[in-house]
Design a protein around this ligand. Structure first.
Ligand code: ADP
Length: 294
């Protein structure tokens, strides 16, 4: 069992943007979801943990490795799938993984051959091993990304916004693969997609404007809202008025009609019904901006 401990990490960019404000999170093996809207600071945190950029202050340790001061040690046990693992050369899947395995220090050719076969099998691309990766679908590219991230048996795997742009089938296959590789390592999945966290994560944090605004289990966050979420189907014209009158925490279109969820300590009048809280409700109530008008 490994432990990743992040303590009071802060980072302000040269332009004055506070991307990380005293971020503290502790996590162990399994899939951890880092949820937040665009601009929340997720990538800044992921890049800091991946030793690609420095924080201004604070500390982060993975077991006995000091991530900030021993970046080389950390890199030996890190698998990283960056947000933009987008540059795919005109070589086959097998050639690409072979090349990346060499870069990661797998120098013996027999061992490397076995590893590449294992990786291709694991991410279900063995049949496509002789195909050019440039022509792969988004989901296949992400699976190659996971294959390279697990070279060298990492203790910590970081995946930054991995499901954006995948179709539902690809997303499902990718979820299964991630769940499969996360059994005995720490996986941090950064995402702005609530479904990613609902499907995969037993623990999560929500970030907004550089701060951690929730840290815990998705289920207990939903339990906290129990009895306080009410739903009503309204017209699009009424949306603005409801947003002014109530604390609207989410707004979902169902068959072209807005279904709004409001947060309230008591039963609002006029046609609201109490509903079980979902993870979207948690997300939007924690980041404190309803998405009602977007
Ligand atoms: P997320 O991954 O949650 O979308 P980021 O960490 O990418 O968030 O960005 C957090 C904030 O920092 C945003 O306001 C973004 O515009 C800003 N930012 C990110 N990278 C830089 C940079 N290199 N220089 C200046 N501002 C940056």
């Amino acid at each position: 069992m490994s432990t990743l401990k992040i303590t009071n990490l802060s980072k302000t960019y040269a332009n004055g943007v506070k991307a990380l404000v005293n971020v503290s999170i502790e996590l162990e093996n399994g899939m951890f979801g880092l949820l937040g809207p665009n601009g929340a600071g997720k990538s800044s945190l992921m890049r800091t943990l991946a030793t690609l950029q420095e924080a201004d202050s604070g500390s982060a340790t993975l077991d006995d490795i000091d991530i900030i001061n021993q970046p080389t040690e950390l890199r030996k046990v890190l698998g990283y799938l960056p947000q933009e693992f987008g540059v795919y050369p005109r070589i086959t899947a097998e050639q690409l993984l072979t090349h990346l395995a060499i870069l990661k220090g797998v120098v013996h050719s027999k061992e490397r051959k076995e590893l590449v076969k294992y990786l291709l099998d694991k991410v279900n691309l063995y049949d496509k091993r002789n195909k050019n990766v440039k022509g792969f679908s988004g989901g296949m590219k992400q699976r190659i990304g996971i294959a390279q991230a697990i070279i060298g048996n990492p203790k910590l795997i970081i995946v930054d916004e991995p499901t954006a742009g995948l179709d539902p089938g690809e997303r499902n296959r990718f979820y299964n693969l991630l769940a499969d590789v996360s059994s005995d390592v720490i996986v941090i999945l950064s995402t702005h997609i609530v479904d990613d966290v609902r499907e995969l994560c037993t623990k999560m944090a929500i970030m907004n404007l550089g701060e951690v605004v929730y840290h815990g289990e998705p289920q207990s966050a939903m339990d906290d809202l129990k009895g306080k979420v009410y739903q009503k189907i309204v017209t699009r014209e009424e949306l603005k008025q409801y947003a002014e009158e109530y604390k609207v925490i989410s707004n979902k279109m169902v068959a072209g009609q807005p279904h709004i969820h409001v947060y309230s300590d008591h039963h609002p009048e006029n046609g609201f019904e109490q509903v079980p809280p979902n993870l979207e409700d948690v997300f939007f109530s924690k980041i404190n901006t309803s998405n009602v008008l977007v």
